[in-house]
Design a protein around this ligand. Structure first.
Ligand code: CXF
Ligand code: ZN
Length: 375
């Protein structure tokens, strides 16, 4: 480790399907285009779990975590637009130079995998080690399952809010994914209808955004009664439990037989994607948000698609985080994006319980907090 590094407590993903191991690792000082952030809170996202479990082959051992929020403690020599003390939300990383980045679509960065999923910085280095052994890091430019993180400048969004910082991390991934799909990608019109498949944080982000956009029908399809009632509490007009009901028939009944104008698939399950397409009206659009294991296939009805229906994949809600996260905070201030109702807090040491609670469905968005972190 270079002089000036520090020891931090982190949740280390050690092997697929094994619990996270909470222990001390060494963290380098920030390089010229990085900042050191003291973490207040980090959300747990389904993507952290599928990376630990090697659906996406992030090399292990690794510190994951990509919904961090905290306070800047140090800035690299090339970072001139952030200062120690700044309150920040952390989001995905991107190269800044490819055609997608240059045209304001960083979620489709040509280097997205290298900047988010490699377990290293794009140059192959990692800021983390344990004794002499490297620990993979730089996950989504942050690896924020740790009390401090060295974060890529492009992953950092400065925020101006008096909300408790530990609540803000999920804006950097799950919430912006769901909300951005509705507001940036589909651009649902006032009076339109939308079906949201999945009542987790991404689905609830879509629900809140659809209500804010003025959708007349915001139906949520799920399999967990407590999650469905949470979705209702943030504005869903209808809930459909897919364990005992055919959601396509229900959605057609709700829309006079026509089908919905929009749907979003936020579960990653192929049978749900099929339903999210089958419930569309002619010319309706389905946004695919849920991550499935590479190679997962789905059968679609070709004659249904022929009548103007579309399916499109959407990463991170098509958002430019430095623009969209402040916009979501503004919606929150106006009472139109009550995301804090979705969050349950756990100390970092309870990460495995938080994962279990998220998986069994009684918690929508667990957020890890850090002992001695900022309030
Ligand atoms: C991910 C989902 C899988 C594709 C890349 C982006 N978003 C965050 O969890
Ligand atoms: Zn995520």
């Amino acid at each position: 480790m270079k002089p000036g590094g520090r020891t931090v407590t982190a949740a280390v993903a050690v092997a697929a399907h094994r619990p996270f191991s909470v222990r001390d690792v060494e963290l380098e000082q920030p390089r010229h285009d990085e900042v050191l952030v003291r973490m207040a809170g980090t959300g747990i996202c389904h993507t952290d779990l599928i990376c630990r479990d090697q659906w996406f082959p992030v090399p292990l051992p690794a510190v994951l975590g990509h919904e961090g929020a905290g306070v800047v403690e140090e800035t690299g020599t090339g970072v001139h637009d952030l200062d120690p003390g700044d309150r920040v939300v952390l989001s995905f990383n991107s190269c800044g130079g490819c055609r997608a980045c240059a045209s304001g679509r960083p979620a489709y960065c040509a280097g997205f995998l290298a900047h988010n999923f490699a377990g290293t910085r794009p140059d192959g280095s990692t800021p983390l080690r344990e004794g002499q052994l490297p620990v993979h890091g730089a996950f989504f430019g942050q690896s924020s399952f740790a009390g401090h993180a060295v974060v890529a400048r492009r992953s950092v969004v400065k925020v101006d809010t008096h909300l408790p910082l530990e609540l803000l991390g999920p804006l950097g991934c799950g919430l912006q994914t769901g909300a951005g799909a509705v507001l940036n990608s589909l651009r649902c019109e006032p009076g339109s209808s939308i079906a949201v498949f999945g009542a987790g944080a991404v689905g609830c982000g879509a629900v809140m955004a659809a209500v804010a956009a003025g959708c007349a029908t915001v139906a949520v399809v799920g399999r967990n009664a407590s999650r469905l009632s949470r979705a209702k509490s943030v504005g869903a007009t209808h809930t459909i439990d897919a364990t005992d009901t055919d959601p396509v028939a229900e959605l057609r009944a709700l829309t006079g037989g026509l089908g919905v104008d929009y749907s979003v698939e936020a579960t990653g399950a192929p049978q749900m994607l099929r339903r999210a397409v089958d419930c569309l009206a002619q010319e309706g659009i389905c946004g695919l948000l849920g991550a499935a294991a590479p190679g997962t296939e789905v059968a679609l009805d070709m004659s249904g698609l022929l009548f103007g229906r579309q399916v499109r994949g959407i990463v991170e809600g098509d958002s430019t985080p430095s623009v969209f996260i402040p916009a979501l905070l503004d919606l929150y201030r106006r009472g139109r994006f009550p995301f804090d109702r979705l969050i349950s807090l756990y100390p970092l040491g309870q990460i495995n319980r938080a994962v279990a609670d998220m998986r069994d469905g009684h918690v929508v968005k667990p957020v890890l907090t850090f002992l001695g972190g900022p309030a």
